[in-house]
Design a protein around this ligand. Structure first.
Ligand code: UD1
Length: 417
């Protein structure tokens, strides 16, 4: 297994270009299953999760090709309606094939996702909503078996906001008979992006960027072509990389308003940020002031930046509180940050971080995707060498992170293992 070796305390400088958003691409890839023909996606990042989804689509029968950052998916000859355990256990987003397969072929068999490093992650909201649309759902031998002659539109109110359930239900409802109203839907930009793609395919969805979506079912869709939005979590991770090293960097090919919640918190922490239309300029800061965050659905502070922000708060002046409201157990990075001399106490879903003047390098282990990013950030600021093992997690979601950091002047090496 590969490792990163980071020698900390280098200043960063220069420009970094943001890649396409993994979490926007994954559901859009499965949306192409809703019709036959060839769809084309631009600005697709080269990531393990994307490769795994491409593999799943090929298992189902689609033809998937990738050239540079353009992916084409021809879903004309789909004939195997199953997401096997081996894939779902590695990538939970495999559940996204449920809605499209059910809507187009009236059947789907998807392995029941298990827990993962950030806690138990149920799929009850996905399944309850599919049942409301008229699907028959059984759980047998660890698999979700879904069947339906014809899905029928209805009103569904989610008891809590779920990105995945919103995406899955959208993809099921676009071909249903009649109108579906989704209340308390997720407003994440990646959902907005999926809605845009589905509408390009010929779907009739109103309410983008709001929590009430109205989907009028159509009898047929056609393939579509679209550029994927930039990754707001990668954007935020590089903003924190500049802040934690007191550096000045420019972040391009991004959409600043998608990281507004982070920008606000960084400014409160004393970091100056200039925003242009599609870029951000983080200016060097002398010190970091402790600020509190509380993770919330979009437009609140994203849980996917919680670990990285915690790394920054480890070096802040004062005490900060981080409340994790989306995945209450998402604190696996705490024990690793403590190995670098951070001072953090966790009670239930609340972490209290007493800033320290310096972190010191140590061997640490990546436990999940965003936790690994937090460890890289802490390593960039720590004195001496930090060796981060199990970085396969980071390869799932950050395109060429070490090359992008090296180009900014960081001392980070990948050691093949
Ligand atoms: C997506 C993102 C993930 C991000 C998360 C929250 C992708 C591929 N992943 O994950 O990076 O951290 O949104 O922004 O886009 N829940 C239920 N029942 C369900 C579904 C969810 O109780 O059926 C709960 C979850 O346990 C969690 C909350 O709802 O507490 C939000 O989860 P959800 O938005 O569904 O996350 P994902 O779509 O899995």
């Amino acid at each position: 297994m590969d490792k990163f070796v980071v020698n900390g305390q280098n200043k960063l400088s220069g420009t970094v270009q943001i890649s396409g958003a993994k979490n926007a691409v994954l559901p859009i890839m499965t949306a192409t299953l809703l019709t036959s023909g060839k769809s084309v996606l631009h600005n697709v990042p080269h990531l393990n999760d994307i490769k795994m989804m491409a593999y799943l689509l090929r298992v189902i029968g689609a033809k998937v090709d990738m050239e540079a950052d353009t992916m084409s998916i021809d879903s004309t000859h789909c004939s195997y309606f199953e997401a096997p355990y081996e894939l779902v256990s590695k990538m939970r987003a495999s559940i996204y094939v449920l809605g499209p397969l059910l809507a187009r072929f009236g059947q789907a068999k998807v392995s029941f996702p298990g827990g993962c490093a950030i806690g138990t992650r149920p799929v009850d909201l996905h399944l309850d909503a599919m049942r409301k649309l008229g699907a028959e759902i059984d759980i047998e031998h660890g698999y979700i078996l879904a069947k339906s002659k014809k899905l029928v539109g209805t009103t569904i109110e989610f008891p809590k906001v779920s990105v995945g359930a919103t995406a899955n239900v959208l993809m099921a409802a676009v071909l249903a008979k009649g109108t579906t109203i989704l209340k308390n839907a997720a407003k994440e930009p990646e959902i907005g992006s999926l809605i845009e793609f589905l509408n390009l395919m010929g779907a009739k969805i109103k309410g983008k960027d709001t929590s009430v979506l109205e989907i009028t079912g159509v009898s047929q869709l056609q393939p579509a072509e679209m550029k994927m939005i930039p990754d707001r979590i990668e954007t935020g991770t590089f903003m924190i990389a500049a802040a934690i090293t007191g550096s000045e960097i420019k972040i391009t090919h991004t959409i600043p308003k998608l990281v507004a919640s982070l920008t606000n918190k960084l400014e409160l922490a004393g970091v100056k940020i200039e925003q242009q239309h599609d870029s951000l300029h983080v200016l060097p800061n002398k010190k970091i002031i402790a600020v509190n965050i509380s993770t919330q659905p979009y437009p609140g502070f994203p849980t996917d930046l919680q670990a990285q922000f915690m790394a920054l708060m480890c070096l802040a002046e004062g005490t900060s509180k981080i409340e994790e409201n989306i995945f209450p157990d998402r604190f696996m990075h705490v024990a690793e940050l403590k190995r670098l001399d951070a001072d953090i106490q966790v009670t239930k879903n609340l972490a209290i971080i007493q800033g320290v003047p310096e972190l010191s390098g140590a061997p640490v282990m990546a436990t999940d995707l965003r936790a690994s990013a937090a460890l890289v950030l802490a390593g960039l600021a720590a004195k001496g060498e930090t060796v981060i093992s199990r970085i396969y997690h980071i390869d799932r979601g950050y395109e060429k992170i070490e090359e992008k950091l090296q180009a900014l002047g960081a001392d980070i090496k990948r050691v093949k293992g």
